[in-house]
Design a protein around this ligand. Structure first.
Ligand code: SF4
Ligand code: SF4
Ligand code: SF4
Length: 169
């Protein structure tokens, strides 16, 4: 009788262990698949890092899309990005949600260096380190690195940053 109880306890423990291992393996596999999907989505997004989608950058938006967020909140990407996301996720393309902004031709900013007071606020605002300069020195923009996200415009106290159309290379 005691032996039967011990066998039952052992069998139950073994089954619980096997079930736990299987669940753990499945969870890791699922996480790996989800991470891979987030990377695929992120690779489609334009990497402007402007935050117009209401996320802190392209990768957080990619993570949200992987969890079911709408694919039409990225104005810099526009219809082409929506279509690419729709293809990847095998869902219908929908029009850009213009509550987040409208799609514009690629832009870049230029600092009017004679007016710059070297406050460094634009450097702190730039998500892609496209501005160089030190305190009390004039600042300049690395055009190739600038995504045209406009995040440096509001902080400039002397309004010496101009937005212009990016000239195709
Ligand atoms: S709106 Fe588009 S480009 Fe801007 S941060 Fe979001 S995903 Fe990136
Ligand atoms: S320089 Fe300004 S517009 Fe260009 S990426 Fe940096 S913050 Fe955005
Ligand atoms: S925020 Fe304006 S004034 Fe300040 S460093 Fe940048 S460009 Fe110059």
């Amino acid at each position: 009788m005691t032996a039967n109880i011990l066998i039952a306890i052992f069998t139950f423990a073994l089954l619980a262990l096997l079930l736990g291992s299987a669940l753990c393996f499945a969870a890791k596999r699922l996480k790996g698949d989800r991470n891979a999907l987030v990377e695929q989505i992120n690779a489609i997004l334009p990497q402007t890092q402007c935050g117009q989608c209401d996320y802190a950058g392209c990768r957080p938006y990619a993570a949200a899309i992987a969890q079911g967020e709408a694919i039409n909140k990225c104005p810099p990407g526009g219809e082409a990005t929506i279509q690419a996301l729709a293809n990847l996720l095998e869902q219908e393309a929908v029009p850009l949600n213009t509550e987040h902004g409208t799609h514009e031709a690629p832009q870049v900013v230029i600092i009017r260096e004679d007016d710059c007071i070297g406050c460094t606020l634009c450097i702190q605002a730039c998500p892609v380190d496209a501005i160089v300069g030190t305190a009390k020195q004039m600042h300049t923009v690395i055009t190739d690195a600038c995504t045209g996200c406009k995040l440096c415009l509001p902080p400039c106290p002397v309004d010496c940053i101009d937005l212009t159309q990016r000239v195709a290379a």
